[in-house]
Design a protein around this ligand. Structure first.
Ligand code: E4P
Length: 216
């Protein structure tokens, strides 16, 4: 399973990339806005740190505007993926961009049918938002499971990015279902490294080793 970092925080991307666990990055307008820096500067910096796909979202709502932004974004770096919202205008844009060889990530997917439509239009990736579904009383992972089954049934090549991840268990569930990618906030990725028994175990090993050295 591939891990993407779901952030626009350059220093966090650098930190986790050094650990060899970052296969790509996803951003969105909210994450970029939080940084309060020049958009293009952030995107270029991220694309220099990470070799894998870096998703950058359009803000136009009409097909023409989305296509224009997508063409501009794709000039920023070779690993740019253009994030397009799951709307009719967005799907029209995906259809045009896929024919131009521009990679797309259809975002704000909340149902299997939306995923299927995005894939048919030629999306490289789709992003079902599990956390936001859970927040609204649904089981986000059920949607992921259905999409995985449908894509397997028809050998659909579009990759599934499980997005809106809230906790480490979401990552385990996504992996068990066979989703290609989890895009993970750094706070969640941080938690995935730790287990209290690992810390306790290490403490015991170190204490026993010190006693051994003293009593030798
Ligand atoms: C995905 O690409 C989105 O950036 C992200 O996962 C949204 O997550 P949120 O629901 O925590 O905002």
């Amino acid at each position: 399973m591939k891990f993407f970092l779901d952030t626009a925080k350059v220093e966090k991307i650098r930190e986790f990339a050094q650990l060899g666990v970052v296969d790509g990055v996803t951003t969105n307008p909210t994450l970029i806005a939080k940084e309060g820096r020049d958009f293009q500067e952030i995107v270029k910096e991220i694309c220099e740190i990470v070799e894998g796909p870096v998703s950058v979202e359009v803000t136009a709502l009409d097909t023409e505007g989305m296509v224009r932004e997508a063409r501009e974004f794709s000039k920023l770096a070779d690993n740019i993926v253009v994030k397009i919202p799951m709307t009719r205008e967005g799907i029209k844009a995906v259809n045009i961009l896929s024919k131009e060889g521009i990679k797309t990530n259809v975002t704000l997917i909340f149902s299997p049918n939306q995923g299927l439509i995005a894939a048919k239009a030629g999306a490289t990736y789709i992003s079902p938002f599990v956390g936001r579904l859970d927040d609204n009383g649904h089981v986000g992972m059920d949607v992921v499971g259905e999409i995985v089954t449908i894509f397997k049934n028809y050998n659909i090549e579009t990759e599934i990015i499980v997005a809106s991840i809230r906790h480490p268990r979401h990552v385990v569930e996504a992996a068990k279902l066979g989703a290609h990618i989890a895009t993970i906030p750094f706070e969640v990725l941080e938690k995935m490294f730790y287990h209290p028994l690992t810390e306790k175990g290490l403490e015991i090993f170190m204490r026993d080793w010190e006693n051994y050295l003293k009593n030798r």
